[in-house]
Design a protein around this ligand. Structure first.
Ligand SMILES: [Cu+2]
Length: 372
């Protein structure tokens, strides 16, 4: 989706990415498979299977394979172009003002979901995922949805308690609708288009996150946000295939709208820095078991409550399990410099794009690969 993001949406993300890692990941035609090998050769052997070839249909259950050429193909070994900018994973602090007036537009755009693979995406503000909004309990949001597309669309904020028949109504191209609400509960909340068939609108890109901070959120060194979703390719440049969605035959599972983008553009942090990763599973149909290789979560917050907080009498956590429309955050540190992959531990999916890398410290991404 990077080609349609505005510079302001992408430049901040580059700030967290090590230039050295970018070079290490991109040079010499090293593709996703090689970089995956760099990062986790021993830990993730299963990724090599999906990464060794091209998927025309993928998906769950392995059935329903169609004749080749009908659907856009995803080459999991391909690297994005040098000027590729990953979707900014940084979650920015909430604004000081307690009342936000926001216009959000629904429109369809053609965007890249993997190197060389384009789809017609149905979007909020021309990007997948849509923008992130953040506030505190008690904050008031005054959203206006404008439909600048060619199809009927709508919006459903899970962070709100409103009459769906009014606020979530479908509006036609050229129309707009007001959607005010007060944030009454903390959490990371999905928003999505609710126009029938909802499966098609979510599966083609119409989703995003609203973060309502829990009270007394502890200070950390970095906050990132990862939205896991599936892609079900239609023909090149066309919308996602509804039959595949209906049959749960996804081609790719991704964080923040692009296959393995943080493998190609690792997220730079330092050892011993405290990291909070917010995770939202928007599906439409697949679950997430969010795991970071090489560390342990000492804090887990899921669906409005802490499951674990730092306390020497407590244990640790290895995965945040989420069904579609569930979210939370985990906190962790890296004890040593190194390359730390993150993924869903539902093992069929890292090789389909649900994989990224944290680079902790000034390590040589390319040199690390040479040793394996
Ligand atoms: Cu829609």
């Amino acid at each position: 989706m990077s080609e349609h993001e505005t510079p302001t949406e992408t430049e901040a993300g580059q700030g967290v990415v090590s230039r050295r890692a970018v070079v290490g990941a991109a040079f010499g035609g090293i593709g996703a498979a090689a970089v995956v090998g760099v990062a986790a050769a021993a830990a993730w052997p299963d990724t090599t299977k999906a990464a060794s070839g091209t998927a025309t249909t993928g998906g769950h259950g392995g059935g329903g394979s169609e004749s080749s050429g009908k659907f856009a193909e995803i080459d999991f070994t391909a690297a994005p172009k040098d000027d590729f900018k990953a979707h900014d994973p940084v979650l920015k602090p909430r604004p000081a003002k307690r009342e936000q007036r926001i216009t959000i537009t629904a429109r369809e755009v053609v965007g890249e979901i993997a190197p060389g693979t384009k789809q017609n995406l149905w979007t909020f503000d021309g990007q997948v995922p849509g923008p992130v909004y953040r506030g505190a309990v008690g904050d008031k949001f005054h959203f206006t949805l404008k439909n600048e597309g060619t199809l009927g669309h709508s919006i459903d904020f899970h962070a709100s308690k409103v009459a769906p028949n009014e606020k979530m109504a479908t509006i036609q191209p050229g129309e707009s609708i007001e959607y005010p609400f007060e944030a009454k509960h903390a959490g990371i909340w999905m928003y999505h288009c609710g126009t029938a068939p909802v499966l098609h609108h979510i599966g083609t890109g119409m989703y995003g996150a609203v973060v309502i901070d829990p009270p007394d959120l502890a200070p950390v060194d970095h906050e990132f946000l990862f939205i896991q979703s599936e892609f079900y390719t239609g023909p090149e440049g066309e919308p996602g295939d509804y039959d595949k969605m209906f049959n749960e035959q996804w081609d790719a599972v991704v964080f923040n709208g692009y296959v393995s983008q943080y493998v190609h553009r690792p997220i730079r942090v330092e050892p011993n820095e405290r990291i909070r990763a917010w995770v939202l599973d928007v599906g439409p149909s697949e679950n997430c078991s969010f795991h970071v290789i090489g560390t342990i979560f000492d804090t887990v917050y899921k669906e409005g409550t802490y499951l674990l907080r730092p306390d020497e009498r407590q244990g640790g956590s290895q995965a945040l399990d989420l069904q579609p429309a569930q979210g939370g955050f985990v906190e962790f540190t890296f004890d040593e410099p190194g390359l730390y992959p993150f993924a869903t531990h539902k093992f069929a999916n890292p090789g389909k794009g649900a994989l990224g890398v944290f680079q902790a410290g000034d390590v040589e991404a390319s040199a690390a690969g040479a040793g394996h």
